[in-house]
Design a binder for this molecule. Structure first.
Ligand code: NAD
Length: 453
């Protein structure tokens, strides 16, 4: 049996080792999920709802344990990790209300009665990245199960521990074996098997755009349904007429949260030229004030990067001679630490301006007017999120409509709420998660006509 060592990113110490499943074991888990689908799809909606509520209750009862797992395995701050476990509970509760409200339509037609059903797809394969192991898992499995599908879920190799625990809690809640299976292993073996195994009806993938493209191409072989949530290079657009002090105070938290390992990170701050110098002056103390350190401490605002590999990727964006405006602090010694870093590149084609960094590094760029801000914001292959800071309501709406991204916030950096849709434009993805319509992403619409004449 091959195993994979799981590390604590804050100390680089090994926590445990986790099994890497084989392709044959993946097929067995998919077979069990396909078998379980035949009964799960017929469980009465109210009973399916009750089981999901019980699952939510158990997550709530184990919230602190799940949070501690994430602090140890992903280096998330304890405050964030509690929010993440609470988010799994909330998403389960939200979609527990859905099976009994999974309404079809009655459509007026000649000569009979026409009705639609939202039929579950079958087995849904969910592939999760390491940056938000718990929430991203929940955004997939909760609505998928509510719609009547069964789920096989693969966490990222380096952060499997919270998903393994959630799988145990689901069984404890009474969700039948085979309905929700967590299987650990590599992306190229277990994850890819979700794409190639014909018994998997849909793949829900969150991760890099590179792998997302491979999954899309592979799924085409079987016209397999997909949802893709991929990378981002989002803009935080600050107009001179905004509350500049507030915009500068909040900007670090729009990009450095989770050490910048957030697909929604506002990693390009665009500032109206007339306010540029003043904004940078106020940004400096805000960045230097971010509390970076032991993620177990309540007051810590930013922990380490997730792995040595991620540290080396992020470091490559700040080579000797990089245009560093200023940096915050980070612990030295063991663990994968990188300080919050602000760059002011001279060129729009600088690698740090164009590529997703997925670490605590942000670029600040000036713009001339509203049209220029929209042009720069859209000058990227990505389109996931973004923020607009202005006190002019009309301008806020115009810019929000002009920016090609799925999730925008005005005078705020909020991106993800379980009750609103989330997903990307352009190469940030396909499909939407969360919100009132998520069950439709895990169903196919069936139309039935019954003649009355
Ligand atoms: P990744 O694409 O390397 O891995 C993501 C998951 O896919 C892991 O579970 C991995 O094992 C699996 N995988 C890898 N190769 C595979 C293959 N050939 N077939 C099937 N599965 C495979 O990404 P990562 O480095 O773990 O995550 C970081 C990336 O994820 C960033 O680019 C980030 O922007 C993106 N992300 C996007 C969102 C979003 O909602 N849009 C959310 C989180 C992360």
């Amino acid at each position: 049996m091959t195993t994979f060592d799981v590390l604590n990113p804050a100390t680089a110490a090994t926590i445990t080792s986790v099994k890497h499943s084989t392709v044959a074991e993946t097929d067995a888990a998919i077979d069990a999920a396909a078998k379980a689908f035949e009964t799960w799809r017929h469980v009465a909606p109210a009973d399916r709802a009750r089981l999901l509520r019980r699952f939510a209750d158990l997550v709530d009862q184990h919230l602190e344990e799940l949070a501690q797992i994430e602090v140890a395995n992903a280096g998330h701050t304890i405050g964030n990790a509690r929010w993440e476990a609470g988010n799994v509970r909330d998403v389960l509760e939200y979609y527990a209300a859905a099976p009994e409200r999974n309404l079809g339509k009655q459509i007026p037609v000649a000569g009979g009665l026409d009705i639609t059903f939202n039929e579950p797809l079958g087995v849904v394969g969910i592939i999760v990245p390491w940056n938000f192991p718990m929430p991203i898992a929940g955004w997939g499995f909760a609505p998928a199960l509510a719609a009547g599908n069964t789920v096989v879920l693969k966490p990222a190799e380096i952060t499997p521990l919270s998903a393994i625990r959630l799988g145990e809690l689901a069984l404890e809640a009474g969700i039948p074996a085979g309905v929700f299976t967590v299987i650990t292993g590599s992306g190229s073996e277990v994850g890819w098997r979700f794409v190639t195994n014909e018994k998997v009806a849909k793949v829900c993938f969150t991760g890099s755009t590179r792998v997302g493209k491979m999954i899309m191409a592979g799924a085409a072989e079987q016209v397999k349904r997909i949802t893709l949530e991929l990378g981002g290079k989002s803009a935080n657009i600050v107009f001179a007429d905004s509350d500049l002090e507030l915009a500068a105070a909040r900007a670090p938290y729009g990009v450095f949260d989770n050490a910048g390992q957030d697909c929604c990170a506002r990693s390009r701050i665009l500032v109206e030229r007339s306010a540029y110098d003043r904004f940078l002056e106020m940004l400096e103390p805000a960045v230097k004030g971010v509390k970076v350190g032991d993620p177990n401490l309540e007051e810590t605002e930013m922990g380490p990067l997730v792995s040595a590999q991620q540290l080396s990727v992020v470091s490559s964006f700040v080579p000797e001679g990089a245009p560093v405006a200023f940096q915050g602090t980070a612990p030295s010694g063991p663990g994968f630490w990188f300080p919050p870093t602000v760059l002011t590149p001279a060129s729009a084609s600088d690698r740090a301006v164009v590529e997703e960094i997925f670490g605590p590094v942000v670029v600040v760029l000036p713009f001339d007017d509203e049209a220029d801000a929209i042009r720069i914001a859209n000058d990227t292959a990505y389109g996931l999120s973004g923020s607009i800071w202005t006190n002019n309501v009309g301008k806020a709406i115009r810019v929000a409509r002009g920016v090609e991204a799925g999730n925008l916030s005005v005078n705020s950096h909020s991106s993800v709420r379980y009750n609103t849709p989330f997903g990307g434009f352009k190469q940030s993805g396909i499909g939407r998660e969360l919100g009132p319509d998520a069950l439709l992403s895990f169903s196919d619409v069936k139309n039935v006509f019954i003649a009355t004449e």
